[in-house]
Ligand binder design. Structure first.
Ligand code: G
Ligand code: G
Ligand code: MN
Ligand code: NA
Length: 256
């Protein structure tokens, strides 16, 4: 409760900021996109990890104003990159919690942010987890409406949830993000079970004509293996950690 009230103050006082983790095209090696990741610099506690405060924000409902701030900030940043760099990324990825999707005004909020920042709906990729998709018809209807207006949807942490393959077919998803735990299985003394899931997800994406992104890549070997499996895109510390906006912009400036 204490952390929640401090978080509420922190949102108001502007203690949150966004980092952007680059997403790369594993075939060309070029920068492809970026995922916005929130950070909280508390005045006395110091840096508080999102692994700690995101669950608190979800339980307290603060994720709604926090998520609204993240969405607007990330879209404002993308618009600024696109105005500045001819080779700016197409789209920014924003994580969205199921609590946000349950809010009646969410679609209008997204539309207002796009209109205010001058972005096209396709410039925004919302990352949702498999569990949001199975939350109920209301959330599915919200996601369907967003997809109908042209916003793209990514299933985050894919492979860890319990969504059935038939749901995936009915759901308007554009991107599958393979969870890091499967990528971790590709290493010395590799885990055949996890590697098999990674390969199956790539095939599924191909057959459903979805983009496949591998997350949490930490080695050259993983890049090579994932690319050979069919992952066109990837992100991870091996290529780049989450970066301040200026450093991510510098990658776009350097892109020939
Ligand atoms: O950046 P890091 O890997 O430490 O993030 C930890 C967790 O917090 C991840 O699961 C990530 O998806 C989540 N997270 C980071 N930023 C946001 C955000 O803006 N909104 C939501 N809902 N989750 C976020
Ligand atoms: O749940 P979600 O996929 O949104 O979480 C993304 C989180 O994963 C971010 O907090 C980011 O800091 C973290 N992350 C990104 N790449 C790597 C990586 O290569 N290794 C590890 N350990 N974490 C990573
Ligand atoms: Mn994510
Ligand atoms: Na993820």
């Amino acid at each position: 409760a204490r952390l929640a009230s401090e978080l509420q103050n922190g949102i108001i006082r502007g203690e949150l900021r966004l980092l952007y983790q680059p997403v790369f095209d594993l075939v060309t090696g070029r920068l492809h996109g970026a995922e916005a990741l929130v950070r909280w610099q508390h005045p006395t506690r110091g840096f508080v990890s999102p692994g700690e405060f995101i669950p608190v924000a979800e339980r307290s409902g603060l994720i709604v104003p926090l998520g609204a701030w993240v969405l607007r900030e990330a879209c404002t940043q993308l618009a600024s990159w696109r105005a500045e760099y001819p080779n700016a990324i197409e789209a920014v990825n924003v994580n969205v919690a199921v609590r946000q999707l349950r809010e009646a005004g969410f679609v209008d909020e997204v539309a207002a942010v796009l209109s205010d920042t001058g972005l096209m709906p396709a410039n925004l990729i919302l990352e949702v987890t498999e569990s949001s998709v199975v939350d109920g018809w209301q959330v599915r209807e919200t996601l369907q409406t967003l997809h109908d207006i042209g916003v793209r949807l990514a299933l985050d942490d894919f492979g860890t949830g319990q969504s059935s393959l038939s749901l995936l077919r009915a759901f308007p998803v554009d991107v599958l993000k393979l969870d890091k735990s499967f990528v971790d299985g590709i290493a010395d003394g590799e885990d055949r079970g996890r590697v098999a899931v990674a390969a199956a997800v790539a095939q599924l994406a191909e057959h459903l004509q979805l983009k496949a992104v591998a997350e949490g890549i930490e080695s050259r070997e993983q890049v090579d293996r994932l690319r050979d499996m069919g992952y066109r895109y990837g992100q991870g510390f091996y290529m780049a950690k989450p970066l301040p906006a200026a450093e991510c912009g510098a990658l776009m400036a350097a892109d020939p």
